[in-house]
Design a protein around this ligand. Structure first.
Ligand SMILES: [Mn+2]
Length: 401
């Protein structure tokens, strides 16, 4: 398994410095552990910008870059005493090697060092709260601490997003691994689908295969939706028995070096009517046609229009909607977007107003959800924009011709 090394993270910091100039301090906080219950926590996932600039997966850490002095340090709670007994010690040399950062300091020393710097101009990420999915509180806690010292931060979220939006060869490598693991797992499962009696059994097998094949785990909560459940876009209960003669929609992705895959397939169990099989085949066709159309310079709006038109044509062909359809008729069957950026975040940062450009990575995921028939179909691959088209990430066997 190819891993991202310090060179990648050093380059990212250099690129950021070049964009910000040679004055000021960059302050980027990572995520902290979140309580699951009592003194146990949810599995830790690093904040993506912090990871992009450091490669460090330690909780409650922050990165400081002194742009004038070209000096860097990371502050983190270095485990000692009882914490070291329970959770083990960190290998600080490993953290240094992985990140290429000059110094790793314990939190108290990190804050002391930071306060000695000239904090007139501080660049950071000011996250917006979402009441449904709360942001990890650690970055906000850090920013409030800075505020109490009368330090005002300039938001560089967009600067970082513009960097992360264009992938390097290293990033494409790890994304290919994540996608390849997902494809292999899905192929294996399709070949022995009859062995799985429940959505849970399928989920367990996918989780096991992702781990055995070297992924860190799932990049997001897997969707294993059989029968009627396939019409619920973000169905994650995955706890029903799989009925015979039904579709099974799998929307899953492995995570490798914190980068995501996001792939959907719709399989069949038992015998489906020819109309139901048509739904699957038409969505497959639409997906391939869209990928073939993609060119640098195309906009997300054009992508969406093309998908809408193609899905509508198939819905008419299936007899699901009238020839004189409205926009709403189509979105009843296809209520989600056809594409999003993918990278460190499964729904990655990026500017959707910009035209597609070489080395952007996006998903292509048309679908048809026919509730009355209990048939939901989504076909999704991750693609990279190339000089004169697009290529599917992680599966060279998928031909676009
Ligand atoms: Mn997706």
């Amino acid at each position: 398994m190819k891993k991202l090394n310090s060179e990648f993270f050093i380059k990212n910091r250099r690129k950021l410095s070049a964009k910000l100039g040679d004055k000021g301090i960059v302050f980027i906080a990572g995520n902290a552990l979140l309580q699951r219950s009592g003194d146990t926590n949810f599995p830790f996932r690093q904040e993506s910008n912090f990871y992009y600039l450091t490669g460090v997966n330690e909780p409650s850490a922050f990165l400081v870059m002194d742009l004038a002095a070209k000096a860097t340090f990371i502050s983190l709670p270095i485990r000692q005493g009882i914490h070291a007994i329970f959770d083990g010690t960190q290998n600080l040399q490993d953290i240094k090697n992985q990140s290429g950062i000059d110094e790793i300091l314990d939190s108290a020393d990190g804050w002391k060092r930071l306060r000695k710097l000239n904090l007139e101009k501080v660049f950071s990420i000011v996250t917006l709260e979402d009441e449904n999915i709360l942001a990890n509180p650690f970055p906000q806690i850090c920013l409030k601490t800075l505020e109490r010292d009368n330090v005002r931060c300039e938001d560089i979220a967009k600067t970082l997003a513009s960097m992360r939006m264009i992938k390097t060869a290293d990033e494409l490598d790890v994304m290919s691994q994540a996608a390849a693991i997902t494809y292999t797992t899905l192929n294996e499962i399709e070949n022995k689908l009859g062995l799985f009696e429940s959505e849970k059994a399928l989920e367990a097998e996918i989780t096991k295969q992702f781990s055995l094949k070297g992924a860190a785990g799932h990049a997001y909560q897997p969707i294993i939706a059989s029968g009627q459940n396939s019409c619920t876009l973000h169905y994650i209960n995955n706890n029903q028995r799989i009925k015979n003669d039904s579709v099974i929609l799998l929307d899953v992705g492995a995570e490798v070096s914190n980068y995501a895959a996001d792939i959907s397939r719709t399989f069949t169990m038992g015998n489906l009517s020819s109309l139901e099989l048509d739904v699957i085949n038409y969505v497959k066709d639409v997906q391939r046609e869209i990928i073939k159309e993609i060119m640098p310079g195309m906009t997300f709006r054009e992508l969406a229009q093309s998908a809408h038109h193609k899905i509508a044509t198939q819905l008419v062909r299936l007899g699901a909607i009238d020839k004189k359809y409205s926009k709403e008729d189509v979105s009843d069957f296809f209520p989600h977007g056809v594409s999003h950026f993918i990278g460190l975040d499964v729904h990655d940062v990026g500017d959707y107003e910009l035209p597609l450009e070489e080395n952007m990575t996006i998903t292509i995921e048309p679908g048809i959800y026919w509730k009355e028939k209990g048939v939901g179909v989504r076909i999704e691959d991750d693609i990279v924009i190339t000089k004169n088209g697009a290529q599917i990430i992680g599966d060279n066997s998928i031909s676009l011709l």
